[in-house]
Design a protein around this ligand. Structure first.
Ligand code: COA
Ligand code: AMP
Length: 634
């Protein structure tokens, strides 16, 4: 099929507001929007300012009302516990109503925040939808973060209640959520009034009297009330009201609370699942991420459900649960049309199955394409996957902030020719430009900062939680009139974008977004550390892993190996295992400019064995020699 991409892009360019009002017709509104965009609202304008809707109604109720209640909504496939469970739209509605009633009875009302700290179990999805049903704002925190990170999010979001589970299952250990949560609440200044805990058969968590509640007991009570006639209606909210806050790494230790509003979110995700991912009602979508990340919010939970599709909720890893064929088994068994994962997962699979034998063992007849995002997709990995799967492998680029793909190859509109190494072309709504340091567009094929001309489209962040000024400073002040993505790259002659890397100190480890600045803050809390630099070091499997260099305070008598071990433990304790911080080296001095700026890019070039020019402003060139020697000896 010839791609309709250019025609659709042209339609959007000609009438951007009409384009999105038209897309908004795919959503049920309690008050349909008459105005697409209010340029005077919010920080840079607001989408659908006069619309009202309920996201849970659109994701659940309306499919049941339309007579599709028996259709599968969620398939939980959990190789780590050996269990599988299919939940129909009707059953999902019953669960969400029961939890929404429970939340209401515990005092949660419209606009209140609820933190969800859960593994990949259906109750995590029920939790998000129950909040949406009553107009509460959820904030999901990824399980791989440490108590201190969770505490920072509790203090920023000030939740009335926390929803959690007794444990998550990692291949090598059980992650005990409850002690981590208890510790986080102890560390936080804000104290949530209640905690609801889903006890899993693998581990029973201790509950604190007066604060903690058992999930099943509350569920049974709420179900009985609903059976007796209690109604739990969807609460209409303004399109501009927040649906969720999702924290992501910035350049400092304080995570940024990305706000997602209800209206723009529903419209953009509903549009994107069909037009980008070519998946619609009744078809099955498999997004192998985690509900703690933006990809999980959008393409495990909301987009498939808004469209009436079936979503696979996978609790496992691409390798080792039990083998590198597990994704293909899931695709075949549940008839997934599309798989969406991170390149790191495919690199992991390729390592275990270099010849691509595993996919051949399964019936992949319904499977049409593999989508990859979260980090740069290296051409070798793309090529391996194309050969092993004999299907298009589609790289696409986006961010927690954008809420849906900025640049992609839209399968639903007909694929554009694939150029390996490029996530392809901007999606409607995103006017992507490459700018020089003065904010002027550069020519084709010239590298620069990737920016998006304002306004951002529906679904992208309107601001940061309680931090309009930080939003302006972080994203809008560098290039007036543009949103700065903090990624660098270039557009080629055909308008294809190439994303080459971040311009700040954010790194991508196994598709997880991490701040090296935050790791430096953690390392700096060790009493023997005088100064430090953490850089992202190239890694075959995870793309990049953090690597620290530290200078010790004079007179430190502990041996270097002990200090290095302690520093690894500190980062794990303060940020979490997901940081994958395992490598740290003690040096006599760090290379710096004469004005005292640490030359992190030069250190990274040495570690990655890449060519570099010694900066003219370097204070002490011998510091580079020391790093070179230490790295060579590793
Ligand atoms: N809860 C608690 N801990 C978690 C966790 C969670 N939800 N997810 C990961 N962790 C822990 C892991 O157990 C591991 O801890 P360890 O140091 O004790 O071994 C650590 O965080 C790092 O985990 P991970 O990044 O998953 O690496 P891994 O070595 O366990 O696995 C891969 C390697 C390549 C298989 C794996 O990184 C992968 O495929 N990840 C998928 C990436 C992805 O989907 N990203 C989503 C963004 S779109
Ligand atoms: P996150 O907010 O966790 O989704 O991370 C967003 C960042 O991941 C982007 O700013 C990029 O640096 C990187 N990223 C995501 N997808 C891609 C991609 N397809 N190619 C290159 N980098 C990507």
């Amino acid at each position: 099929m010839t791609s309709q991409y250019h025609a659709v892009q042209e339609a959007w360019r000609k009438d951007p507001f009409g384009f999105w009002l038209d897309a908004a017709r795919g959503i049920d509104w309690t008050k349909p929007p008459e105005t697409a965009f209010d340029a005077d609202g919010g920080v840079y304008g607001r989408w659908f300012p006069d619309g009202e809707l309920n996201t849970c109604h659109n994701a659940v109720d309306r499919h049941v009302i339309a007579g599709n209640g028996a259709r599968s909504a969620i398939i939980h496939d959990s190789p780590v516990t050996g269990s599988k469970r299919t939940i129909s739209y009707e059953a999902l509605l019953a669960e969400v109503k029961a939890l929404a009633l429970t939340l209401t009875e515990l005092g949660v009302a419209m606009g209140d925040r609820v933190i969800i700290y859960m593994p990949m179990i259906p109750e995590a999805v029920f939790s998000m939808l129950a909040c949406a049903r009553i107009g509460a704002i959820h904030s999901v925190v990824f399980g791989g973060f440490a108590a201190k990170e969770l505490a920072a999010r509790i203090d920023d979001a000030a939740p009335k209640l926390v929803l959690s589970a007794s444990c998550g299952i990692e291949p090598t250990r059980k992650v005990e959520y409850k002690p981590l949560l208890d510790k986080a609440i102890e560390l936080a200044t804000h104290k949530p009034g209640a905690v609801i805990v889903k006890q899993r058969p693998e581990l029973e968590a201790a509950l604190i009297d007066g604060r903690d509640h058992d999930w099943e007991a509350l569920r049974a009570k709420a179900m009985a009330q609903i059976d007796a006639g209690t109604d739990v209606p969807c609460v209409p909210v303004k399109a501009t009201d927040p649906l969720y806050v999702l924290y992501t790494s910035g350049t400092t230790g304080k995570p940024k609370g990305v706000v997602r509003d209800n209206g723009g979110h529903a419209v953009s995700l509903h549009w994107s699942l069909k037009n980008i991912f070519d998946t619609d009602a009744g078809e099955t979508f498999f997004c192998a991420s985690d509900v703690g990340w933006v990809v999980g919010h959008c393409y495990i939970v909301y987009a498939p459900l808004l469209r009436g599709a079936t979503s696979i909720l996978f609790e496992g890893k691409p390798i080792g649960t039990p083998d590198a064929g597990t994704y293909w088994r899931v695709v075949a068994e549940h008839g997934a049309k599309v798989l969406f994962t991170a390149p790191t997962a495919i690199r992991g699979i390729r390592k275990e199955d270099p010849e691509g034998e595993m996919p051949k063992r399964y019936d992949l007849s319904k499977f049409t394409a593999l989508f990859l995002a979260g980090e740069r997709a290296d051409p070798e990995t793309l090529l391996w996957a194309e050969n092993a799967l004999d299907r298009p492998v589609i790289d696409h680029w986006w961010q927690t902030e954008s809420g849906w793909p900025i640049v992609a190859n839209p399968l639903g509109l007909g694929l554009m020719p694939i150029k390996r190494g490029s996530p392809t072309v901007p999606m409607p709504g995103f006017d992507v430009q490459v700018l020089d340091p003065h904010g002027q567009p550069v020519g084709a094929n010239d590298m620069g900062a990737i920016a998006i001309k304002l306004p951002l489209p529906p679904g992208a962040l309107p601001t940061l939680w309680n931090a309009d000024e930080r939003f302006r400073e972080s994203y809008l002040s560098q290039f007036p009139g543009y949103y700065a993505t903090s990624d660098a790259g270039f557009l080629d002659d055909d308008g294809y974008l190439y994303v080459m890397g971040r311009t700040d100190d954010v790194i991508n480890t196994a598709g997880h977004r991490l701040s090296t600045g935050e790791m430096e803050e953690a390392v700096g809390t060790h009493p023997a550390v005088a100064e430090c630099a953490v850089i992202g070091m190239a890694d075959d499997l995870k793309g990049e892993i953090p690597c620290g260099f530290v200078v010790l305070k004079k007179g430190t008598d502990k041996d270097r190996a002990t200090i290095e071990k302690e520093l690894v433990a500190i980062v794990r304790e303060q940020i979490g295992p997901v940081a994958a911080f395992r490598q740290v080296l003690v040096v006599d001095r760090l290379p710096k400019t004469r004005s005292g700026k640490i030359l992190r890019r030069t250190i990274k070039a040495i570690v990655d064995d890449q060519p570099f020019d010694t900066p003219a402003t370097i204070e002490d060139p011998a510091a580079l020699d020391e790093i070179r020697t230490i790295v060579r000896d590793q």
